[in-house]
Design a protein around this ligand. Structure first.
Ligand code: SAM
Length: 290
């Protein structure tokens, strides 16, 4: 299948209009290559795309699009295979690596390697939010039991198992993510070592407790889920959250305080693509004896 790429060089402040105009033209997806340079992708052929984009812009902004637009047809190619070929092993810590199948790290015989096929759910280990949780997990492992809420590719759950957790459960509401996580599970552990469930925290039987609960979700979902996440964490256990922007973290800190969670560590990671900052937090659940 071949694709068409539309590039528009517009001010950063126009991002909302660019995104909405791309959506109005039924983009397959897009990204910000650098501040002020937006790209959207479409199925080919798309000869009238520049006119449609300009028309959508005019409807949305109430004025003509004054910025340069370039449209080019991309050669037919297996883009997923091409992306996979560029994936490289990532050292999360000296003892934990995330690597694509067939491209293991050299000289890492003392390390644990988690094999993740790029493209099978979010979580190749390259994102700052995933890495924040992996570092804390590595620092305090082994945990007896770990719950990964929003498991995506399964990367956090599989890392927990590699680092010695005996009971690991990964949840995801997206059925495609679960299919990908099952595939990645087969590369790393026996099926019984990681239970994968399609659903949210509400799918778990009441009374289930885990020594560590990890959740890399978006900010509003995390604030909403935090009471259930805290409930699923054993007394004195750990809760790791990521996926919020720095601008969203205060409501989460407030919710955590009300639930008796103590903030042990936090990180801020700038996102070079979007110019935002990710906030991640590592909490201790209240101890029964407190
Ligand atoms: N855990 C992986 C990581 O850290 O790289 C993937 C995180 S990805 C940002 C978030 C995942 O959470 C997605 O796969 C999404 O489908 C899932 N998700 C979103 N809301 C959820 C919810 N309420 N319960 C369970 N999964 C959810």
């Amino acid at each position: 299948m071949s694709y068409v790429e539309l590039t528009v060089a517009a001010p950063v402040a126009a991002e909302e209009t660019v995104t909405a105009a791309l959506a109005a033209c039924e983009t397959l997806g897009g990204w910000v290559e650098k501040p002020g340079l937006f790209r959207g992708y479409f199925s080919a052929p798309a000869a009238d795309l520049p006119e449609r984009f300009r028309g959508a812009w005019c409807d949305l902004a109430g004025e003509a699009c004054a910025y340069p637009i370039v449209v080019r047809e991309l050669p037919a190619r297996d883009w997923l295979a091409a992306w996979r070929a560029t994936a490289r092993p990532i050292a999360i810590t000296p003892k934990l690596w995330i690597a694509p199948p067939g491209a293991g790290p050299e000289n890492a015989t003392e390390s644990k390697v988690v094999w993740i096929q790029p493209g099978l759910g979010f979580g190749t280990g390259s994102h700052a939010t995933t890495q924040a949780l992996l570092r804390w997990l590595d620092r305090e492992s082994p945990f007896r039991s770990v719950l990964d809420v929003g498991t995506g590719s399964g990367v956090l759950a599989l890392a927990a198992a590699a680092l010695g957790a005996r009971r690991v459960v990964g949840l995801d509401i997206d059925p495609d993510a679960i299919v990908g996580a099952i595939d990645n599970r087969a590369r790393n552990v026996q099926p019984g070592e990681l239970m994968l469930v399609r659903g949210s925290t509400a799918s778990l039987r009441p009374g289930h407790r885990f020594e560590c609960v990890l959740a890399n979700l978006d900010g509003p979902t995390l604030v909403d889920e935090l009471p259930r996440i805290a409930d699923l964490c054993s007394p004195g256990g750990r809760v790791g959250v990521a996926g919020l922007l720095l601008t969203e973290h205060e409501p989460l800190i407030d919710a955590a305080r009300q639930l008796g969670l103590t903030l042990l560590d936090q990180r801020q990671d700038p996102d070079p693509t979007f110019g935002d900052v990710w906030w991640s937090g590592w909490f201790a659940a209240p101890d029964d004896t407190e």
